[in-house]
Design a protein around this ligand. Structure first.
Ligand SMILES: [Fe+2]
Ligand SMILES: [Fe+2]
Length: 318
């Protein structure tokens, strides 16, 4: 394939050339994935009726021992999972449903749907966050829908590879920092699913690099440069994202060190041979974009250190 081809021809060329790969990776995924049941991860014994038709107790902040940052992480992660109808639509529209592609998208959707089911049940039974605020944000998020920023099919594949890696890290870190064994067990189970999804898309990218490395590098550059978490269009995203960053669950440092760098390294992006000038240029640009993210991560670390010093100063004087 040639990066200079007409865009429609290029898109349909990718779909046809990669279909046998999708078929093989889907078979491998099905042999690796293990059935699990959300209801087994939910602490039902801690649950009790809420106010409303059942006349129970309304949610109050003191009912959960989780820190505010972890509550925000749970909310953000759940709301991100909640927008699955939008992602299903985007993948079906921008990648396609032909043959094995459609089979993969349906399998992936069924697995993803489990994540919001399990997280919401955990949050409700443990009273981790305000269920009324959560439901209002879910309505607003799903009504907003999801419109990918990436325009080409390959940039969308790159985006989901990065996004799966990001959600894996975000769920895992939220569980680790939660101080709650039930929360950590559930989030690491979800992170295992996200890991297999990431491996699927990463290996699909690896196969694409063998077909046309220049075109894939251009798509990588487009995606990494404009990357935003899928929930960014949701009202209230900025505050939640800041809470999550300050809690050490997901910030630019994590995005750079635990998502982008390992993903690009495992695809051997920096040592790919035989690139044409357009591919070389895209790779150089990609390196510059990564350096920029690293620099912004360093600046944010300084802000974080100032904030935490100011907070401990307040605690000492209080
Ligand atoms: Fe998920
Ligand atoms: Fe996933």
């Amino acid at each position: 394939m040639n990066a200079a081809s007409d865009p429609d021809t290029l898109e349909s060329g990718w779909l046809t050339e990669l279909e046998p790969v999708v078929c093989r990776l889907l078979d491998r995924h099905l042999s690796r994935t293990q059935e699990w049941f959300p209801h087994q991860y939910v602490p039902w014994g801690e649950g009790r009726n809420f106010d409303g038709p059942l006349g129970g107790a309304a949610w109050e902040e003191h009912q959960s021992a989780l820190s505010p940052g972890i509550r925000s992480a749970l909310m953000l992660n759940l709301l991100t999972e909640d927008n699955l109808p939008g992602y299903h639509w985007a993948l079906s529209t921008h990648i396609g449903r032909q043959g094995a592609w459609g089979e993969w998208i349906d399998q992936w959707t069924a697995e993803e749907d489990r994540h919001s089911t399990a997280l919401r049940a955990y949050i409700h039974s443990s009273r981790a966050v305000d269920p009324v605020t959560l439901e209002r944000m879910r309505m607003s998020q799903v009504r907003t829908g999801y419109q990918p920023r990436q325009e080409t099919m390959m940039a969308n594949v790159v985006y989901v590879a990065v996004q799966e890696m990001a959600t894996r890290v975000s769920h895992r870190n939220a569980g680790r920092h939660s101080g709650d064994a039930t929360c950590e067990r559930l989030l690491s189970r979800i992170a295992q699913d996200e890991n297999l999804h990431m491996v699927f898309y990463r290996d699909l990218l690896e196969a694409a690099l063998h077909i046309d490395a220049d075109a894939v590098l251009l798509a990588m550059c487009e995606c990494v440069e404009s990357f935003q978490m899928p929930a960014v269009q949701m009202p209230g995203f900025g505050q939640l994202a800041m809470d999550v960053a300050l809690a050490g669950v997901y910030d630019l440092r994590v995005h750079h060190d635990e998502v982008l760098v390992p993903l690009l390294r495992s695809l051997s992006v920096w040592s790919l041979p035989g690139l044409r000038p357009a591919g070389e240029q895209a790779r150089e640009r990609l390196a510059q974009v990564l350096a920029g993210i690293d620099e912004r991560a360093r600046a944010f670390e300084k802000v974080k250190a100032h904030l935490s010093a100011a907070r401990s100063g307040c605690r000492m004087s209080g």
